[in-house]
Ligand binder design. Structure first.
Ligand SMILES: Cc1cc2nc3c(=O)[nH]c(=O)nc-3n(C[C@H](O)[C@H](O)[C@H](O)COP(=O)(O)OP(=O)(O)OC[C@H]3O[C@@H](n4cnc5c(N)ncnc54)[C@H](O)[C@@H]3O)c2cc1C
Length: 416
């Protein structure tokens, strides 16, 4: 950034179209800089995943998302206007000159068009209308877009023209981004899966529409995972091998077994009921910071509904024995309380308190008054919430109103 500014002289600003050109260079640099940050946010860098959590990283990635596209669009407009004023030609003629006489500009414009396509399909209202997999495949074009734009940055980037050191630094930063993606999104998961060799052992219906998948693997005792974490699972069968979906462990690993519990909510989650024993499974992770390591007190309240109960079941198993535990599970019918017996046994084993609330939302309310009655010491506890998005939001607001400080409120939403 400093180089972009230092390189501009009062002369260049005073020249015809000078301000346009400077604005163009600044917006171009900022746009590519934000793109680089976005690459690092989704590179699955282990220490970043552990410190921040994948859901938060994805949220930041998404929040930044539109800005590089806007900035790069402004870069194209400003630079074209600036150069057209210097040469005294129309912006159309200038654009023509850029495309046919400047190195790498055409490729970078194609890259920009791909970025716009990715941006449009990621826009919330458009994204909601597509299958997740369609959005994901289109998103992969971002890599091509970045590759196409890169040469233009380093060959014609004004800030780098007389600064070989800055140019090398910029190339090194992007190389680091590419290496991080290759290492942490591809090589590391591949090595881990060659080591663990996971296969489906059994598929059991827990309650109607909810299935536990038990998998077995080699050397799972070396798998460092905490209760509440999730993996991206890829079941290697026809029709499913190409899509990875996030599911949390519903119990701590019990080598050689691990277990996930899945509610049928769509194509993928609905297909798992038909998995055959012996099916190979590719898992990427563990990810997520929704674990007992986040807690700051020795008093924990776990509040769950629907399939959101499953990671809480694993956290419950992982909590140190000196932690006082209250579990609140919520369901419209008894059938909705997944892993009911297991949770009751784990709570009893550690001398905790279990409240099962069964009934319609109108009849069995989970509001400030009922939470205060069920968990009188909630304001001095760490609270973990997982369930449908509306339930999680409602509960998080309710317990915050009851005095649970931000750093003691932990929640997981089952959608990115
Ligand atoms: C961190 C995390 C942990 C989860 N843990 C569990 C669990 O333990 N048990 C369980 O039943 N469900 C869990 N889910 C939800 C589960 O991932 C989705 O229900 C499943 O991916 C839906 O896919 P589908 O094809 O069946 O349905 P679709 O109809 O394709 O999708 C339904 C919704 O699920 C989300 N979704 C779909 N595919 C993905 C994907 N690949 N990655 C992220 N989100 C996606 C989208 O928001 C979509 O709108 C978890 C989700 C997250 C983010």
């Amino acid at each position: 950034m400093a180089l972009v500014l230092i390189n501009e002289t009062s002369g260049s600003l005073a020249s015809p179209g000078g301000w346009y050109t400077v604005a163009g260079r600044l917006t171009g640099f900022l746009g590519s800089y934000l793109m680089l940050i976005m690459v690092f946010l989704i590179a699955r860098i282990p220490w970043l995943e552990r410190a921040v959590g994948q859901d938060q990283l994805v949220r930041w990635h998404r929040r930044i998302g539109g800005w590089p596209i806007v900035l790069i669009a402004l870069h194209i407009v400003f630079v074209t206007l600036g150069y057209s004023k210097v040469d005294g030609v129309s912006w159309v003629k200038q654009m023509n000159t850029f495309i046919f006489h400047y190195p790498d500009i055409l490729a970078s414009l194609v890259g920009f068009a791909l970025l716009v396509m990715v941006g449009v399909t990621s826009y919330r209202t458009v994204r909601r209308r597509q299958a997740y997999e369609t959005w994901w495949v289109v998103h992969l074009y971002t890599y091509l877009a970045l590759a196409l734009a890169f040469a233009h940055q380093v060959v014609t980037g004004y800030a780098f023209l007389h600064h070989p050191l800055a140019k090398s630094f910029w190339i090194a930063l992007w190389a680091l981004g590419a290496i991080s993606i290759a290492a942490f999104r591809f090589a590391l998961p591949l090595l881990r899966n060659l080591r663990y060799q996971l296969r489906v052992v059994s598929v059991d219906e827990e309650v109607p529409g909810v299935f536990s998948i038990v998998l077995s693997g080699n050397r799972l005792s070396s798998l460092a995972v905490s209760g509440g974490q999730f993996f991206q699972w890829r079941f290697l069968t026809k029709g499913l091998w190409w899509q990875a979906h996030p599911y949390s462990l519903s119990a701590l690993p019990n080598p050689p077994f691990v277990r996930i519990t899945i509610k049928d909510l769509g194509d993928h989650s609905g297909s798992v009921a038909h998995l055959r024993p012996g099916t190979r499974v590719f898992a990427e992770g563990p990810y997520g910071t929704f674990t007992h390591h986040q807690r700051v007190t020795n008093r924990v309240v776990l509040i769950g509904a629907g399939v959101g109960i499953t990671p809480l079941r694993a956290i419950l198993e992982d909590l140190p024995s000196n932690v006082h535990t209250t579990v609140v599970t919520r369901g419209s019918a008894e059938n909705d309380l997944i892993h009911r017996e297991e949770i009751a046994a784990l709570v009893a084993q550690r001398g905790g308190v279990l409240h099962e609330l069964v009934g319609s939302r109108q009849r069995v309310k989970l509001d400030s008054a009922s939470i205060r009655r069920l968990v009188p010491q909630i304001s001095s506890s760490d609270v973990y919430i997982c369930g449908p998005a509306a339930f999680t939001d409602h509960m998080a607001n309710t317990v915050a109103r009851l005095g649970v400080a931000r750093e003691r409120l932990h929640s997981e939403v089952f959608a990115f």
